[in-house]
Ligand binder design. Structure first.
Ligand SMILES: [Zn+2]
Ligand SMILES: [Zn+2]
Ligand SMILES: [Zn+2]
Length: 312
């Protein structure tokens, strides 16, 4: 049975309960007030006075579902009809909160709902793992952060992903007078495997293979996010040592050509040896409670709205 009651794993809930993901109350005022009342520390960037100290980052799992989302359209299986809110999964994305800055990884189709549900107040940069639809189709919602941040939103992607983003969202990356005011204003920066330096923090891209397709994971301090992978190249294990927290792809029990299944993910997580590992990109084969009951100590399925802390 996975025991996540100790260690550096923390949760912040809106309803004060000890289990379950954050309530999806889309009233932001209600959420802010509940956060202030219920959390160990007052929440969310923008409230810098009382936020985590500089040695800690806070990661929010905005979405932990596979490309279809859970429940899937027109499926009445036990997971898609589960009353357990942990079994409701939007498409994969995370927010890494440094206290005074926040980095979004991928723009899932539910980006707006994820940001509202989790009280996201700012996005200072967006990193893209790859261009698949479940990771980019919420890109248009970034225009809200043009207003909130009063600036363009810097985006970072490999040259291959950048090329696809420009093709898919041409109106967001090129001057287009037919979209005079409503297009997102984005600055697309191409990156390689070298460390990224932004706002005095170092972020390390981690090359992964998603089937035959190269994609990127990212390491932030003692936290690493590796979604959409079926192989971790040997050279990438060097970037995955001494982790507090790993979030890793684990699609389902049956094998898949482009994703780790649960058995492969557990084996990779054991080799990496993070203090805590949470699995993401989860399909409807995996019931949250039942799966967690069989996972090794220190490993569990992640869930939408989960908040985790790690050393910066
Ligand atoms: Zn995906
Ligand atoms: Zn289903
Ligand atoms: Zn993918």
């Amino acid at each position: 049975m996975a025991d996540l009651s100790s260690g550096r794993y923390h949760e912040y809930r809106l309803d004060g309960s000890s289990g379950g993901p954050l309530a999806l109350d889309f009233s932001l005022d209600v959420q802010r007030n509940q956060c202030r009342r219920m959390c160990h520390r007052p929440m969310w960037i923008g409230e810098r006075d009382s936020m985590a100290n500089d040695s800690e980052i806070r990661i929010t799992l905005l979405g932990t579902g596979t490309s279809h989302g859970i429940p899937m359209i027109a499926c009445d299986c036990a997971v898609c009809t589960s009353p357990d809110p942990h079994d409701t999964r939007s498409r994969p994305s995370i927010l890494v909160d440094y206290g005074d800055r926040a980095v979004l990884v991928d723009t899932a189709p539910e980006l707006r709902l994820q940001c509202v549900a989790n009280g996201v107040q700012r996005v200072d940069a967006v990193l893209f793992t790859h261009h698949h639809a479940d990771h980019v189709c919420g890109l248009d919602d970034l225009r809200r952060f043009n207003w909130v941040m009063k600036s363009v939103v810097p985006c970072y992607a490999s040259p291959e992903t950048a090329r696809e983003l420009r093709r898919m969202f041409r109106y967001g990356f090129e001057e287009d007078t037919s979209y005079p005011s409503s297009a997102p204003r984005l600055e697309l920066n191409e990156i390689d495997d070298g460390p990224l330096e932004m706002f005095d923090r170092r972020i390390i891209p981690i090359p992964l293979l998603h089937g035959a397709m190269p994609v990127l994971g990212f390491r932030f301090g003692s936290f690493a996010y590796c979604t959409d992978c079926s192989v971790i190249p040997e050279s990438s294990f060097d970037s995955l040592g001494d982790l507090d927290v790993l979030v890793l792809d684990a699609l389902r029990r049956t094998p898949h050509p482009t994703h780790f299944n649960l058995e492969q993910a557990v084996a990779a997580a054991e080799r990496i040896g993070a203090r805590e590992t949470f699995f993401t990109h989860i399909a409807h084969e995996l019931m949250h409670a039942d799966t967690n009951a069989e996972l090794p100590d220190g490993m569990a399925l992640g869930y939408d709205g989960q908040v985790i802390c790690a050393r910066a």
